[in-house]
Design a binder for this molecule. Structure first.
Ligand code: FPP
Length: 237
C-alpha cells in the first residue's frame, strides 16, 4: 500500500511520539557494538521522518536521550553525542529543514558547549517554520519538565497554578499533545516520556526493534491508530 492511499483511507494522528527502543538489542543480535545499533536507528529515523511527512503528519517527537541515559557506558554515550553532532552538522550542510521547526526538549546545559549552542541556534533559526515540527527530546525527563515548569511559575510569583499554566511552561508549549505514542521493541511503558502530555494519547507497542521499523510497520501502526475509539473520557451518543 502506498502512503498517499493511506491518507485517504485512515484517520491520521496530528502528533506522533516515538520511543525508539531496541537499538542495543538489534546490535547485540548481530554481534555489533551498541553504538552501531544507534547509528542504524538514527538512519531509520530519517527514513521514518520522510514517510511521516509524506503522510502530512505535522508533528513528531523523538525520545533520543533520557536524563537516565547518562548512566550508560562512556563509549555508548560518546557514540550518541557523535550522532547529535551529526544532526547539527547536517542541519547546516543541507537545507532540508526550511519548512520544519526543530525544537530540543530537555535541559541542554548538561551537553558540551558545541552541542548546546548548535541546538539553541537551530531552534532560533527554525522558529518561524510552520509546516512540520520535529521535537528532539534529549537529556529529557517528563517529570523534570513538569518541575521546571512549576518553578518558572513560582518565580513569576504564582501561588496557585492551572493545568493551562503548566502546559504553557513545558518544553512542548508550542505543540499539541501527542495523539499517538509508538514504542518499539515490545516494552510496554513510557519511561518518563511526556507524562503530562500523554494522558489521552493512544499507546502502541509493536515488537519490532527500532532499526527494523519499516514502512510496513508504520502502515500497521496507522491502521491501529485509526481503529482506536478516542473518547477523551466522554461517551459516544
Ligand atoms: C534506545 O535503544 C535508544 C536510545 C537510548 C538512543 C537513541 C538515540 C538515537 C538513535 C540518536 C537520535 C538522535 C537524534 C538527534 C534524533 P536501547 O539502546 O535502549 O536499546 P535496547 O533496549 O535494545 O538496549
Amino acid at each position: 500500500m502506498e502512503l498517499a492511499e493511506l491518507k485517504t483511507m485512515y484517520k491520521l494522528p496530528t502528533h506522533i511520539g516515538f520511543i525508539i527502543d531496541g537499538n542495543g538489542r538489534w546490535a547485540k543480535k548481530r554481534n555489533l557494538p551498541r553504538s552501531q545499533g544507534h547509528i542504524k536507528g538514527f538512519n531509520r529515523l530519517e527514513k521514518v521522518y520522510k514517510m511521516v511527512r509524506e503522510l502530512g503528519i505535522k508533528y513528531i517527537s523523538i525520545y533520543a536521550f533520557s536524563t537516565e541515559n547518562w548512566n550508560r557506558p562512556k563509549e555508548e554515550v560518546d557514540g550518541l553525542m557523535k550522532l547529535f553532532r551529526r544532526v547539527i552538522k547536517d542541519f547546516y550542510n543541507k537545507n532540508k529543514y526550511e519548512d520544519t521547526r526543530i525544537e530540543f526538549f530537555g535541559d541542554l546545559n548538561r551537553f558540551e558547549e558545541d552541542i548546546k549552542t548548535g541546538a539553541l541556534d537551530i531552534m532560533e533559526r527554525t522558529k518561524n517554520n510552520k509546516d512540520f515540527h520535529i521535537n528532539i527530546c534529549m537529556n529529557y525527563g517528563g517529570r523534570e519538565d513538569i518541575v521546571q515548569a512549576v518553578n518558572k511559575l513560582i518565580k513569576q510569583g504564582k501561588t496557585l497554578v492551572t493545568i493551562e499554566d503548566i502546559s504553557q511552561n513545558l518544553y512542548s508549549k508550542n505543540c499539541p499533545d501527542p495523539d499517538f505514542i509508538i514504542r518499539t521493541s515490545g516494552e510496554c511503558r513510557l519511561s518518563n516520556f511526556m507524562p503530562w502530555q500523554s494522558t489521552y494519547s493512544e499507546l502502541y507497542f509493536p515488537k519490532v526493534l527500532w532499526p527494523d521499523f519499516s514502512k510496513k510497520d508504520l502502515i500497521e501502526a496507522i491502521k491501529e491508530y485509526s481503529s482506536r475509539d478516542r473518547r477523551f473520557g466522554a461517551i459516544k451518543e
